[in-house]
Design a protein around this ligand. Structure first.
Ligand code: GAR
Length: 189
């Protein structure tokens, strides 16, 4: 059965690109667009390169149901948050129960919640002297970074690691596992 996946990203979009490349040979999995809340985010360049329509939306369109309308029009089955930084409106969570998947660059419940995204997470992990970090892939519910965990993977943090080093190692885990976990969630594995 064909599945339509909407990918949301806010920044570089390296995960978005990795996911789309992973499924490029699978005719059952379709990406009608990449959605983004930043007009000039680098993910736009990646979308163009991949030949996937890029849709920018404003904060108002995010909240007033416009984006929700696009998802309905495109018959979206699953929503993938790949480095997406806005809180998902309750209306969308109710319309897609256990169909919205987020990746977080730390071992939740540690280093989650408001303000904990991207490099802020890795800086906090290094500042706290953590010996490990990792990735958490989880369903999205009404509470930020608190939905049911689907998968976690760990990576060592050494005393000399900088936040950039941790980011690099965490990204490697994301590239390896996020597409596979998505495949499992959507029944393509
Ligand atoms: C990724 O590390 C992702 O886990 C993180 O943002 C990065 C985006 O990188 N997400 C969050 O922090 C969500 N709270 P990318 O744009 O290159 O995929």
């Amino acid at each position: 059965m064909k599945k339509n996946l909407a990918i949301f990203a806010s920044g570089s979009g390296s995960n978005a690109e990795n996911i789309i490349t992973y499924f490029s040979g699978n005719k059952n999995v379709n990406f009608p667009f990449i959605l983004c809340n930043k007009e000039d985010a680098y993910v736009k360049v990646r979308a163009e390169r991949l030949g996937i329509p890029f849709r920018y939306f404003t904060k108002e369109e995010w909240k007033d149901g416009t984006v929700m309308g696009w998802l309905r029009e495109a018959n979206i089955d699953y929503i993938i948050l790949a480095g997406f930084l806005l809180k998902v409106p309750n209306e969308m969570i109710e319309a897609y129960p256990n169909k919205i998947v987020n990746i977080h660059p730390a071992l939740l419940p540690k280093y989650g919640g408001k303000g904990m995204y991207g490099m802020h997470v890795h800086e906090a992990v290094v500042a706290a002297g953590e010996k490990e970090s990792g990735i958490t892939i989880h369903y999205v519910n009404e509470n930020l970074d608190a939905g049911q965990i689907i998968f976690q993977a760990k990576v060592k943090v050494t005393p000399t690691d900088t936040p950039d080093d941790v980011a690099h190692n965490v990204h490697a885990l994301e590239y390896e596992y996020f597409p596979q976990v998505i495949a499992q969630v959507i029944g393509e594995k």
